[in-house]
Each structure stands twice: as structure tokens, then as C-alpha cells.
Design a binder for this molecule. Sequence first.
Ligand code: GCU
Length: 428
Amino acid sequence: MRRTLVLLLLVLGTPMTRAADFPAPEKLPSQADFPDPLVMFDGTKVTTKEQWQTKRRPELKKLFEHYMYGVSPRDALKVESMVLHEDKKAFGGKATLKEIALALRPGEAPPIHLLLVVPNERKGPAPVFVGMNFCGNHALVDDPKVLIPTWWMYPSHAGVKDSRATEEGRGKEKDVWALEQSIERGYAVATFYNGDIDPDQKKKREGVRPLLEVTRVDGAQGRATATIMAWAWGISRAVDYLVSDKDLDARRIAVVGHSRLGKTALLAAAFDERIALAISHQAGCGGTAPSRQNDPNVESVEKINKNFPHWFCDNFKKFNDDPSKLPFDQNCLAALVAPRPLLFSNAVKDQWANPQGQFEVLKAAEPVYKLLGAGGLDAREMPEPGRLIDSRLGYYIRPGIHSMTKDDWKVFLDFADKHLVKTEPRGK
Ligand code: GCU
């Protein structure tokens, strides 16, 4: 009897670890328009900051976990950091570069290899951008000490052979992260390969991912941790380290990501309030663009679920035919970042990522920003290409294609300059 009970608890999870129980997707009512982030799942209107913070915000997080991204791993892991190598005269003496191994489960799981560059000339701790890269840290710098990932890697990147990175890729993607430019503008940058957490393959889970307990506990309900959620969790583990580094300003951490990693950046900021600002670049469907849309030139819920089945949990696939049954849209995810600054950036030729829809998502996130007294989006129509709307909810579109460039980083830096204002440390 006791054994049965123990087994049952193991299968079901304890009440502490179980996410809220929500109806099956097909039982949800259709809603043609963006769901109002200020209306609770049971219809109650949210009218105060306190209600938002203590009731609706936690509820929305649970809804996104349950129906879209899978459960955020809640393992209380202590991140142990070890500096692997350090160069105090990187970029001609302008920065200190170090690579840090972040051990999540020493001996059991491989570490995250975090590349950190910090400007040498600065007054006090530096603000820092954090984000994952697609190509390995070695591709972003010339330094021969920076490690080459050993996991599966996207075959399209420079120097990748048989889906493994090689020495040939070193320094080949410097312009994508343009590290020196951020250094010159006074920012530190921390980045790691997304494959350290979970290499982006459809059927095989590697990196740290197989060890995330909650997947096994909650998987039965169709809400097992999916890859984008695992990546977002990985960003938070990097933040665990960043807040402990005395060279960095723990109150000025900005997350940034491109495309699928832009979806990740938004999710990370929505779930982790230590992140002070978020930039989601060309993230599109499943990130910054609405699930409710029917333009055939734009990525749909059905297409993304078919092409990238591992990014989202099984429950999300049940919305393929009718995304209007989702009890939220991406405006609610953007709203979870409130009152913090949030920028969506786009490219004119990247219609797949739905730049117009992303603008509408920001507008539909505004009620929460306004409730929290944080302003909103200072534009009613999409701006012409090249003009940054730099209000608390920010929007940018430039000519060109789906890519992340040095010029995009100039915009990210301008947005951060405006919003990541230095504040006095607490207690002063
Ligand atoms: C594909 C996918 C997008 C994704 C993009 C990327 O185009 O359909 O959803 O954002 O890849 O990550 O580059």
C-alpha cells in the first residue's frame, strides 16, 4: 500500500511541483482577438498593480508553461563557476575576456561555457548584455583559447563539418555579435552556445537538458519542458553567475537574442525578473509575433510545430488547427516583461517573422505597462524603416533580410543607453 502511494506520488508529482490544472485545449473557447492580459482566466478583471503582480502574472506564467513552452525546470541547482582562461588585454587592451565554465550538476551534466568580455575603461561595474549564440563562442573572437563546442552544431555555420564545429570557424562570425563595438560603448557582453543547454535537433536531447527533472514529473500532461523553455532556463543560469561578478552591474542586465534565440530571450525576461531589459530580434512566431494570424506568407502555429516539434510542448500542437483557442497570445508574454523596457526589432524582407503582427503585439501588451505606470509604445502606426521607436515598449524595423548585424547592435545599444540608466546601489 505504502509502495503504491509512493509510486503514485512519483508519477503524478507532488502538489508542490504540479502546474495548475487547466482544461484540455479543445475545451477552451475561441477568441478571435488578442486575449486581454488584464483579465484572469476565470474572467476577473485585474485593476491594481498588486493583483497583477500576485495573481495574474503567476497565472499567465503557468498558462504559458502548460499550453506552449512546457514547464520551466525548477531544480534548485547551485551554479558553480570556474574561470577557464582570462586575457586582460583583449581587443587591443580595451577589454578583459574570460571564458567561464558554469557547472550545473558537476559530474553529471556538462557545463555551460560562458564567454564574457568586460570593458577595461569604466566607472564602476559595467552593464551587461547576455544571450545565446548559434555558432559557438570561438566563432565570435580570434582568441585561440576560446573553446570549440563539441556538441552537434548547425551545418550552415562556417567551419562546421559533419555537424561538428571545427577550428576553421574561429572568428568567422565576429560581425554577428560585434563584441568590440559594445565594449567601446561601455557594455560587457556574455554569451554561450545554445547547444550547451540543448543542441537544436528534432529527435535527440543532449547538453544539460536530459537531466532536467521536471520534464519527467510533468511530462504526462503534455507540458514537458520543451527546448525553448530549456534555453530560457539556461539564460537564467548565466544570470545566476552574472549577478555574482563584481565587474558587472547586477541591476543592468539586458537579454538579447536573434530569431529562435529571440523567442528564448523574450521568454527568459518574462520569467526572470533579474533581467532589466529585453531585446528580441526578428523572433516571429512562437516569440514576438501573434499566434492568431492567417497570412500565408507568415509562419503559423501549425508550420512551426511541424518543422520544429521539439521547441514547444505537446499541448501547443493541439492548437495547430485553431490558435484562437489559446487562452493568451504573445502580447501576454510581452506583458510579463512589464514594467521593464522591451524592444522588438525587425527587417523589411523578413515577412516570415511578421513585423506588422509584432507591432500589434506590443500595442496589445500596453495595458499592463500603463497599469504599472511604465508608459507604453509611442507610436500608433509602424514607423518607417530605420527609425527606432525608443519608448519603454520599443519597436524597430530596418531594410534588409533576416540576420543580426553590427548595425542592429547599434540600435540595441541606443535602446539600452536610454533605458538602462545607472542607479545608486541599494542601501545608499
Ligand atoms: C526558421 C523558423 C523561425 C525561426 C528561424 C530562426 O525560419 O521558422 O521560427 O525564428 O528559423 O531561428 O532562424
